[in-house]
Design a protein around this ligand. Structure first.
Ligand SMILES: CC(C)(COP(=O)(O)OP(=O)(O)OC[C@H]1O[C@@H](n2cnc3c(N)ncnc32)[C@H](O)[C@@H]1OP(=O)(O)O)[C@@H](O)C(=O)NCCC(=O)NCCS
Length: 298
């Protein structure tokens, strides 16, 4: 692809009319990273497009100050989506059209989304393996924690009996979900829980006898996570349950070094580990644990 030299690029707030084009830019940029670094985003059908666009629309509504696009020649060529929940800032999306990458656009988009979280005590990013992304995040003061992604069809022969996990109820269990998420990452999902519910994301819950025996996990489209639990033992049960309830291929991401309980479950389920993900954090000593974040909401 030819590279545009000295392009005039404006960074401005996201508008409703930008959503389709911004989603297209993000999909193509991430698909290209997948080709180069050995992962696949899979098929993009109408349902996945609707999901991705609804995510942009949702964050544009909850965090308009953190939602920006880059425009060049009247076309959307980049997007940045940052959200603020409590005193946590999270980067949900950052992408630049391939022929305009490496010219400082990503930096401008990232700075704009970071500005939205300027008062936040902590920040987190679920990063792609693109070295340009890792450089941007590292230079913005984030500590980079390398992690595995695990994708495959699980062997259930070591699935523990009696996991004590039930289907969650988005109404009845909302407090439990947000309590556990807040305990782990310091901020609730808040309005993002409603979006997860609207998308038909499945919720699994363990509300065991003691506080330490509680956990929640969300399952969608073959992905296991967000997962939050009060102890490693409860977290491992939740991950097993999510794996057991996912037919076909399952993806478990962001398995950084402090999440040995999750790495152990993936190995017991004979799922392969590939060093591909990173979690970038600032204002916290390490990524939250036991916790598996979602790339969308943290
Ligand atoms: C990540 C991304 C958004 C960054 O946007 P960008 O416009 O390319 O970024 P910038 O030009 O502002 O910065 C790129 C930096 O990487 C550096 N860089 C370029 N190639 C590099 C390489 N192979 N290894 C390490 N650093 C590299 C550049 O020198 C620049 O750093 P500097 O400004 O300090 O010199 C963009 O490249 C992209 O869309 N990538 C694909 C999608 C993706 O992975 N998004 C991140 C999701 S978490």
């Amino acid at each position: 692809m030819t590279t545009v030299t000295n392009p005039v690029i404006t960074v401005r707030p996201l508008r409703e009319s930008d959503i389709e084009a911004a989603d297209e830019v993000a999909w193509c940029a991430l698909e290209d990273v997948g080709r180069r670094y050995g992962f696949s985003l899979g098929e993009r059908d109408a349902a996945r497009k609707a999901f991705a666009r609804s995510r942009i629309r949702h964050l544009g509504a909850t965090d308009p100050e953190g939602a920006v696009v880059a425009e060049h020649d009247g076309a959307v060529v980049g997007i940045g989506l940052g959200l603020r929940r409590g005193s946590l800032w999270f980067l949900s999306l950052l992408a630049v059209r391939e022929d305009l990458q490496n010219a400082g656009v990503g930096r401008r988009l990232l700075e704009a989304t970071l500005d939205h979280g300027r008062d936040c005590a902590s920040g987190m990013i679920c990063a792609s393996p693109d070295p340009k992304a890792l450089r941007r995040y590292g230079r913005a003061g984030f500590a980079l924690h390398a992690g595995y992604e695990s994708v495959g069809v699980a062997d259930r022969s070591e699935l523990p009996a009696g996991l004590g996990v039930r289907d969650g109820d988005w109404d009845r269990d909302a407090d439990l979900v947000d309590d556990l998420i807040t305990e782990r990452r310091g901020a609730p999902y808040g309005p993002d829980l409603g979006w997860c519910r609207e998308q038909g994301i499945r919720l699994l819950v363990r509300d065991g006898g003691t506080r330490r025996d509680r956990g929640v996990v969300m399952c969608h489209d073959g992905h296991a996570g967000t997962l939050a639990a009060a102890s490693d033992e409860a977290a491992a049960r939740m991950l097993w349950a999510a794996i057991a309830e996912t037919p076909g291929e399952v993806t478990v991401g962001y398995l950084v070094s402090g999440q040995q309980w999750a790495i152990d479950v993936c190995l017991a389920a004979r799922l392969p580990l590939k060093l591909i993900d990173s979690i970038a954090v600032r204002g916290m000593p390490a990524p939250p644990a036991p916790y598996l974040p979602s790339g969308i909401f943290g």
